[in-house]
Design a protein around this ligand. Structure first.
Ligand SMILES: Cc1cc2nc3c(=O)[nH]c(=O)nc-3n(C[C@H](O)[C@H](O)[C@H](O)COP(=O)(O)OP(=O)(O)OC[C@H]3O[C@@H](n4cnc5c(N)ncnc54)[C@H](O)[C@@H]3O)c2cc1C
Length: 303
């Protein structure tokens, strides 16, 4: 109750206060900060996916600025020899304002990454965006088959059907690439599973579908039972290492992360950075209100 209350009033807390918590989950404000964190993770044999934090945009000028930030990030990242790829949110490039402009911006980003044989992951946003983001992915995949992938959310009732419908995108030569996650937005029960058990059951069903169809998957979870479930499926289908990886958010469950790495599986960490860290942090805290008490402790118990 207390945690939920704190989480709800967080947006009105002073920024400095939120930063005490946030710095464990955000690499910093600048590209240099992101490079530093990426190098540290790479040195532990962990790959990264870099994300420029953004907030809701209202104009196409903002979309253009966001694109330029990504182009700069891609260039900097390759110059620094970072072992990683990039994650983008289509609404940051104008999906809800002008779909064609959005497509062209993300196309430019994928084209830039492709110059370095790199990869752009299209994050999945809330349900009004799902069909448009699938369509966007289809168009990009047609032009850049090995340089782009999509996220799918296990909590959506439609996901298994979407996966079936996208099977035409898969081939033995260039497997389609998904990140499978639970899904982070608040969705209606008519379209989304709500119970923990139900979401986990569908997560493993989606994962099994991917393994059966030899699809590449980034298994994005911090949930131990799901990690164990994934291990069982990897064993059952004898999935080769080059057909999957685990993924986690920066700073979340580092012990589980390290145990997965120590078992010899590929791990990729989602590394967000940017000036918009405040919005990201307050969302993460609302998602996991237990963390709110850690902030309070960090403030009152020095050292
Ligand atoms: C790499 C990556 C990319 C993602 N991309 C997307 C996306 O494109 N679209 C989308 O909708 N969602 C995305 N998500 C979020 C995802 O959908 C879930 O909301 C989130 O990962 C929590 O689900 P979980 O599987 O970790 O399980 P949960 O059952 O939520 O968590 C399991 C345990 O993990 C720990 N934990 C989980 N989250 C946190 C946290 N924020 N802080 C501290 N501890 C935590 C807790 O110990 C918790 O008990 C992504 C997640 C990851 C890891």
């Amino acid at each position: 109750m207390f945690n939920k209350f704190i989480a709800a009033i967080l947006p009105w807390f002073p920024k400095k206060f939120i930063w005490i918590f946030s710095r464990a989950y955000i690499s910093g404000e600048t590209i240099e900060d992101a490079m530093q964190v990426s190098r540290e993770l790479n040195s532990k044999k962990i790959k990264v996916t870099l994300d420029v934090l953004g907030e809701f945009i209202k104009t196409l000028e903002e979309a253009e600025l966001n694109k330029n930030e990504y182009l700069n990030l891609i260039e900097t990242s390759y110059k620094n020899g970072i072992d990683g790829n990039f994650s983008v949110k289509p609404t940051s490039f104008g999906l809800l304002i002008d779909k064609e402009v959005c497509f062209n911006h993300i196309r430019d980003i994928v084209a830039k990454a492709a110059q370095y044989n790199g990869f752009i992951r299209i994050d999945m946003e809330d349900s009004p965006c799902t069909s448009d983001e699938i369509e966007l992915f289809r168009r990009l995949k047609a032009e850049f088959p090995g340089n782009t992938g999509l996220v799918v959310q296990a909590y959506l009732r439609r996901t298994l059907k979407d996966l079936e419908e996208m099977l035409d995108l898969n081939s033995a030569k260039i497997p389609v690439s998904y990140r499978l996650c639970k899904g982070i937005y608040v969705e209606k029960e008519t379209i989304a599973f709500k119970k923990y058990e139900e979401i986990n059951t569908h997560f493993l069903e989606d994962l099994e579908f991917m393994f059966r169809n030899k699809i590449y998957v980034g298994i994005a979870t911090h949930d131990k039972p799901l990690v164990d479930g994934a291990y069982k499926l990897i064993e059952k289908y004898q999935v080769p290492k080059e057909m999957y990886e685990f993924q986690m958010l920066y700073g979340v469950t580092p012990r589980l992360r390290d145990s997965i790495v120590n078992e010899g599986h590929t791990m990729r960490i989602y590394v967000p950075f940017g000036k918009q860290w405040f919005g990201y942090s307050t969302r993460r805290l609302k998602e996991n209100p237990k963390m709110a008490s850690h902030i309070i402790k960090a403030v009152f118990y020095k050292g």
